[in-house]
Design a protein. Structure first.
Length: 237
């Protein structure tokens, strides 16, 4: 198997991993040149080494744009390095979510308390309460007008229902913040991967152009040889 020696690490790599320095984007080439001044346009490095400097360039780019890297940016760079997806991480987090009995009860109370079903049922309950005390008990029942007991029940219900609903809303806000962080990480990872993809496409285009130039040179040399042979045959005649 053919191999080559990397100009920056002096290690031996397969020829299939060869990346000529002149095909590297200038920003990344300057970064490598800063650490390895011996690098020139005629030098070659390995694709794995090039990917390391691409990741380093992305890190420095993020630092320039947003300042010091947060844990979110570091996680994004790590997923790019490990070639993992962030969306699956969200699915795992949702599957691993274990709510307590109180949390599940708070969610059910908040869901029922904020529905038309609760409003209609409670409205019917209030009407029945008022009809029993005014019509059937002639306003002399257990809670005559102005319905002091009913007001007390409503006040207690509101006092208990409000904190339960707030607990459920706070948990929902935490979920929304986690989803927003995941969305930010996914968008950032997409942007960085697009930049890497541009780097790879540029590398492939330049490499193909070099191959085409080499093929053209070989074809010209073959044509010169053929023309020389024709001239030689013509002279011999």
């Amino acid at each position: 198997m053919k191999t080559f020696i990397s100009a920056i690490s002096q290690k031996e790599y397969p020829i299939s991993e060869q990346a000529p320095a002149k095909t590297i984007r200038k920003s990344i080439y300057d970064l490598i040149k800063k650490e390895h001044p011996i690098l020139s346009n005629k030098s070659t490095i390995s694709v794995s080494e090039l990917n390391q400097y691409r990741q380093k360039y992305l890190s420095e780019y993020l630092i320039r744009e947003v300042g010091e890297l947060t844990t979110l940016e570091e996680d994004v760079l790590q997923t790019i390095h490990n070639e993992k997806t962030i969306s699956t991480k969200r699915d795992v987090l949702e599957e691993q979510e274990n709510n307590t009995v109180g949390q599940r009860l708070a969610d059910k109370v908040a869901s029922f308390g904020g529905s038309w079903k609760f409003i209609i049922l409670f409205g019917i309950f209030i009407l029945i309460w008022m009809m029993i005390n005014i019509i059937f008990l002639f306003n002399k029942g257990f809670d005559p007008y102005p319905f002091i007991l009913l007001n007390l029940i409503l006040s207690c219900l509101a006092a208990l229902q409000a904190p339960v609903i707030m607990m459920s809303q706070n948990r929902q806000e935490e979920k929304d913040r986690d989803r927003a962080k995941q969305d930010y990480m996914i968008n950032l990872k997409s942007e960085l991967e697009i930049r890497i993809l541009h780097e790879k496409i540029d590398h492939l285009i330049i490499h193909q152009q070099q191959e085409l130039l080499t093929i053209q040179q070989i074809q010209i040399e073959m044509m010169d040889d053929i023309m020389a042979q024709i001239k030689e045959l013509h002279n011999n005649k």
